[in-house]
Ligand binder design. Structure first.
Ligand code: FES
Length: 172
């Protein structure tokens, strides 16, 4: 051992080549690699989104056929069911639904979603009440879908409609 070599006093932290204490250098390394990791994750997220596009979003807004206008005379409430195909990034499934259609003039149609706004049971039109009755917790809706009685928090959903080639469609 060279006795002329400088010795470091015991208990002092070792200095690195730039004269910084090792703790500070380690801190800077951790900060650098954390920044690189965060930038990498952000890049992968943007790249992944580019690859899958809108496939992760559930399909929004689908026109379903309600029925031929000629078979939906004015002044009555008609019941219609539909099955719509929905899909997301991984699977597709059939969604069944219930609609009620009415018209005062045979030109303008009102289509209501038959799903009760309380807990989702199917409502039923009753002539004696001239309204939609929910069998689950006895909510009652008017012909236009407003809440008349019971626990339902909001009216039945009214759907956008269109008529093409004599067929009524609703946007679910
Ligand atoms: Fe219709 Fe409760 S689900 S009143």
């Amino acid at each position: 051992m060279d006795s002329d070599a400088p010795t470091q006093p015991a208990g002092e932290p070792k200095a690195d080549t730039e004269g910084q204490p090792p703790d500070r250098r380690r801190f800077l390394e951790i900060g650098l690699w954390t920044s690189v990791g965060v930038a990498g994750l952000a890049f992968m997220g943007a790249g992944g989104r580019f690859v899958v596009g809108d496939a992760l979003n559930p399909q929004q807004g689908q026109w379903v056929q309600v029925g031929e206008v000629a078979k939906l005379p004015a002044g009555q409430v008609h019941r219609a069911t539909y099955t719509a195909r929905t899909k997301d990034a991984w699977r597709s499934s059939d969604r069944k639904g219930l609609l009620y259609v009415s018209s005062d003039d045979g030109t303008n149609y009102t289509v209501l979603d038959g799903t009760c706004t309380h807990l989702g049971c199917n409502v039923q039109w009753t002539d004696e009440n001239q309204g939609f009755h929910c069998p689950c917790h006895r909510a009652l809706f008017s012909r236009s879908g407003t809440v008349v009685d019971g626990p339902a928090p909001k009216p039945l959903a009214q759907l956008q409609t269109k008529i093409e080639n004599g067929v009524l469609f609703a946007l679910i």
